[in-house]
Each structure stands twice: as structure tokens, then as C-alpha cells.
Unconditional design. Structure first.
Length: 208
């Protein structure tokens, strides 16, 4: 992906990773382009019975994006939805404190922002991040992901200035991990270690 974004080398662009899975990917891109690495803290609102699947997401600035179609299909009750939002807001607030310290939001004025995750399944987490970053008024907003489902890629591409995805897949069953030779969950301590190589002011994360 760094090659696809080579035109940004030497520019004031900023690489923004969605933690946790997007951080190792974004770090490689930032290193390859010689650009700073930062975070866009966003987390999906997971289902009570399946923490791998979500029906929306919450961003660092409080932005909430819900998958209304999925909510209706699953028949989720309003109180369940509200509980999920509150739980996720608390998780995002904790991650911001632990991973960004006092600097809660990146400065994107007069910059191109490149938003990176490890892949796009439904795309709702990415759309939430996009909405939050738009509030920070970057000159241009780009999404770059190694892999994604065609429907999600199409949905997200409509919301940004450019999208780069070298591996687009189709089909009913799709998992981001399937596109990787090696894939595992990324611990927050790993995120902190990666960020320390770019910014020595990042504090140590105290939990997962």
C-alpha cells in the first residue's frame, strides 16, 4: 500500500491507524513513506452474544454510527442498543486516555489524512472514523486497507476522496483474517510499542 500512496512521500500528510488491528499495517505504510503515525480511536459496538460481530461503532469524538439494517434484522431491543453504545463509549474513552494521553485528537488542518485499518468487512467502523475525521477538517481524506469485501469497499469509497485496496473479495462469507498468511488479534501493549517508535510521548497502555 505504501507504493500505491507514494505520491504522498515528503508531504505534510498524516497516517492514522484504527486500533488495534490497523496499527501494525499503518506503521509499515508510515515507515515506507516517511510520514508520521497517529491514531483514530474507533471501536465497533459488538453483539452481546458475539464479540467479533458489531452493529455499529463509536469514535473518539463521540460520533456513533449504527447499522440500522442489521439492527432490524436481528430485532435488537432499544435498551440492548443503548447499553452497547455506553459500553463502547467507555472503551473508546479508555483507549484515548491510554494511547493518546492528553492529546485527544489529531491535528489535521491543512493536511491529507490517510486512514488505515487491517481490512473492511462491513465498513461501518471505517465509516464512523471517516465521519469523526471530517469534523477535524482535513484538506483531503484517503482510506487505505489491504483487503475488503466489495460491498464495503464500494460503500466506503463513496464517503472519501480516494480509497486504495489491493485485495478486493466477494462472496457471502468474508473475514479480514482470510486475506492474511499470518493474522492474530493485536494487544494494546503491542500498539503502544509501535507508537513509541514514532512518538516517545505515548504513555504505556495499562490494559486490553
Amino acid at each position: 500500500m505504501a507504493g500505491m500512496l507514494d505520491a504522498l512521500r515528503g508531504s505534510p500528510a498524516r497516517i492514522l491507524a484504527i486500533p488495534a488491528g490497523g496499527v501494525p499495517v499503518a506503521a509499515q505504510v508510515a515507515t515506507g513513506l516517511g510520514l508520521p503515525l497517529d491514531l483514530a480511536v474507533v471501536s465497533k459496538i459488538t453483539l452481546p452474544w458475539n464479540t467479533e460481530s458489531g452493529y455499529g461503532a463509536v469514535a473518539f469524538d463521540g460520533t456513533v454510527h449504527l447499522n440500522r439494517e442489521l439492527i432490524a434484522a436481528l430485532g435488537l431491543r432499544p435498551e440492548v442498543i443503548d447499553q452497547g453504545i455506553v459500553r463502547t463509549q467507555e472503551k473508546v474513552a479508555r483507549r484515548v486516555r491510554e494511547l493518546r494521553g492528553d492529546e485527544t485528537r489529531p491535528d489535521l488542518r491543512h493536511r491529507t489524512a490517510v486512514l488505515i485499518d487491517d481490512g473492511l468487512a462491513s465498513g461501518f467502523t471505517m465509516l464512523t472514523a471517516i465521519e469523526a475525521l471530517r469534523h477535524l477538517a482535513p484538506d483531503k481524506l484517503i482510506v487505505a486497507v489491504p483487503t475488503g469485501h466489495y460491498d464495503a469497499v464500494e460503500r466506503v469509497a463513496a464517503a472519501v476522496d480516494s480509497l486504495y485496496c489491493p485485495n478486493i473479495r466477494e462472496g457471502y462469507s468474508f473475514a479480514v483474517a482470510d486475506a492474511y498468511e499470518q493474522w492474530s488479534d493485536v494487544e494494546e501493549t503491542t500498539v503502544t510499542d509501535i507508537l513509541r517508535s514514532f512518538n516517545q510521548n505515548i504513555p504505556v497502555a495499562s490494559g486490553t
